[in-house]
Design a protein around this ligand. Sequence first.
Ligand code: URA
Length: 208
Amino acid sequence: MPVHEIRHPLVRHKLGLMRRADISTKSFRELASEIACLLTYEATQDLETEADTVHGWAGPVTVERIKGKMITLVPILRAGIGMLDGVLELIPGAKVSVVGLQRDEITHQPSAYYNKIVGGMHERTALILDPMLATGGSLVACCDMLKTAGCKRIKGLFLVAAPEGLAVMNARHPDVDLYVASIDERLNDDAYILPGLGDAGDKIFGTR
Ligand code: URA
């Protein structure tokens, strides 16, 4: 499974700011969005284009445009919403498929409590958005749902990933490309990533 750790200096700098314990909600939110934008640039490098002819200032000119149906963005509730605006900066026309997953108290398996996936999924590339790839449980469940809906091309954008979650994805969905700002050290006993960012949802929504 291709995992792309984006080592761009801007990404490293912004993620470093996000790790500060005293960061404000405003700054955390802005930085999550900015890194999401930079990850999008990397994750869309292989989109196919096709030739088109437009009327330019000096007559007809051949240009390129993205081929086929547009991407669908798939923020996983709730923290994935914090990356949405940054991705929409670059792909303003993208359709958004929202997925809500929660962990069953008994089985510990994620189950969907909300799911609104756009049509034409067999023709779209899905970009899953979630700040933290921890155990990989939610991501596996989200990929299962997208594939059931007909999606053939899935990529995931994350601020921080744990090696444990990457191993789970490699076993369950090795065809999914992952773009992450950092692969961190490990999970703690509560399945938080170390050194990580803490609870990304709480920090984005100001509920900590
Ligand atoms: N979710 C978070 O918000 N943080 C983690 O470290 C792991 C999962």
